[in-house]
Design a protein around this ligand. Sequence first.
Ligand SMILES: *Cc1c(COP(=O)(O)O)cnc(C)c1O
Length: 368
Amino acid sequence: MKKILYCKPYITEIEHQFVADAIKHGWGESCYHYIEQFEELFKNHLSVNYAIATSSCTGALHMGLAALNIGPGDEVIIADTNWVASVAPICYLGATPILVDVDKDSWCINPEKIEKAITEKTKAIIAVHLYGNMCDLAALQGLSKKHNIPIIEDAAEAIGSSYQGKKAGSHGLFGVFSFHGSKTITTGEGGMFVTNEKSLYERVLTLSNHGRDNKTSKQFWAEKIGFKYKMSNIEAAIGCAQMKSIDTLIKRKQDIFEYYHSHLSTLPLSMNPKQKDVINGYWMPTIILEESLPFDREPLIKKLNEQHIDARVFFWPLSMLPPFENIHQTPVSYSLYPRGINLPSYYEMTMSDLDYVIETIVKFFETQ
Ligand SMILES: *Cc1c(COP(=O)(O)O)cnc(C)c1O
């Protein structure tokens, strides 16, 4: 029986053509051709001034934090409910992640909890827009101004999401994106650093070039120790092709969410919230089972997997993972994860695939 995957890239003839062209011609003087074009297209999509394509979102975040001189003794505030990639760069730099609780409705960082966690060591707040849901950016910008601490957006899951008409990733001091195969658009592996600040862009550009200032004519001259997180021209060729489909891919995510929502909303569960001033790109349609139910997500995931449906678990609280200390201060994060499941959503899912997932969930509840 065919398996319904939880995500899958949409690869067309255009991706094939661009990659073939990059492999044939994208060398020597043309070796940055698709990279420059991809950065340009992505910048225009987001309406930001500067973009640097990277080999991953993790790398983009690592360089951005390094450019802010974050290091040992510094603290960076981030939500406990997250994928480990968002916190790892803080640890690479020897800084301390301060894990705070999420809001029960948005599943994103709770601004009131941030305020309590701010100390004189706080150097940044990382706003991760979880599963396409948006952080309360108005409250975060308020805190940022009041305490003079920058907001950084990890918008890897928020392609297609916007807040007050402005796209996710374009609100903070800088934003980062991922083009991993599971994301709304993909380059296989890949990421992007974006900002509107010229001096920050220039610092990250130098860091991304092994510490070489791109204005110097002196060859092989590293001013400082930098990084090697570049995207390849071949990956960027896939990215350029994906940009032709970006609006279609976002629309499909939104349609899939609405379809699930309209067929599951009578069950004892909630889904990604409808938030004020937010358009959600719905990277991951997610269900959270009601707390009063006598069972958690495990039997439902088992049922879905038995029916060849690739449902995934909602993120564990980071503080539960072995590298971190569980300080028992994030009750909402701990209440969400045992009840949360990501449902399959990808462009080529058929209506009958969707109906099959819905039917499996409905039947599960009927037999409990
Ligand atoms: C996928 C993801 C990342 C990691 O992206 P990579 O490109 O694999 O480094 C980081 N943050 C969030 C929120 C993600 O969803």
